[in-house]
Design a protein around this ligand. Structure first.
Ligand code: PGA
Length: 252
């Protein structure tokens, strides 16, 4: 792994202020585990407070609107996230794609809005189980990348890709290490096609049922530069198990 493994916790729609103690504990431990880069994406309501509690880890959001501002009741712009203390935003998570009908074009517009506001973007892609069974997983993911990744000057430097097979999210099921490696190699090729040489440096995270007991093997798969973690990021105890595994790999 060229860069430090990047471990990002996605709290989804979980967390009230009572959970800030978990963020604090994760931050304190991250101080001892500098071989991994750690970040949390709490719900909007906790971004500012998490940024104040945590000094070392990255703090980001789980979505943003593509517009800079305007009559969009209930939405949040990338500039507002930055103002609240976010450094990055996750876009195109499969739950957003499914629950809110977000297309690749919408995801790309959000990613470009994020970069325009000075945030970095984690762009999520991943196939459904039916698509994998039909042998189309790599083609589906490649098309999602072509449609969702931001382009323009310097975009590659501000982007991270998260490969999250839809059928592995929150299910306790994961692809084999070989399948993860094959998909990440395919993603790398697509990144180089889109970004040229700069595509070689983009970090590719794996996400979907990453736990302390499978993190080491998933993180060691080909072209895996870190993990996007949902359920196991909700307690410091579980999340730290994953960060420790990543930090150990980062030693090599
Ligand atoms: P999970 O979620 O770790 O709970 O499977 C991953 C994600 O959706 O980012």
């Amino acid at each position: 792994m060229a860069l430090r493994p990047y471990i990002v916790g996605n709290w989804k729609m979980h967390g009230t202020r009572a959970m800030l103690s978990e963020a604090r504990a994760i931050d304190r431990a991250a101080e001892r585990l500098l071989k991994a880069e750690v970040a949390l994406a709490p719900p909007y309501t906790l971004i500012h407070a998490t940024r104040k509690e945590a000094t070392l880890i990255g703090v980001g959001a789980q979505d943003c609107h593509a517009a800079e501002g305007g009559a969009h009741t209930g939405d949040i712009s990338a500039a507002m996230l930055k103002d609240a203390g976010a450094g990055f935003v996750i876009v195109g998570h499969s739950e957003r794609r499914a629950d809110h009908g977000e297309t690749d074009a919408v995801v790309k517009a959000k990613a470009e809005a994020a970069l325009g506001a000075g945030l970095s973007a984690i762009v999520c892609v991943g196939e459904t189980e039916a698509e994998r069974d039909a042998g189309k997983a790599e083609a589906v993911v490649s098309a999602q990348l072509e449609g969702s990744l931001p382009t323009g000057d310097g975009a590659a430097e501000k982007v991270t890709v998260a490969y999250e097979p839809v059928w592995a999210i929150g299910t306790g099921r994961t692809p084999t290490v070989e399948d993860v490696g094959a998909m990440h190699r395919s993603i790398r090729q697509t990144l180089e096609r889109i970004y040229g040489e700069a595509g070689a440096q983009v970090r590719i995270l794996y996400g979907g049922s990453v736990k302390p007991d499978n993190a080491a093997e998933l993180l060691a798969a080909d072209e895996v530069g870190g993990a996007l973690v949902g359920g196991a990021s909700l307690t410091a105890e579980q999340f730290l198990g994953i960060i420790v595994a990543a930090a150990e790999l980062g030693e090599h």
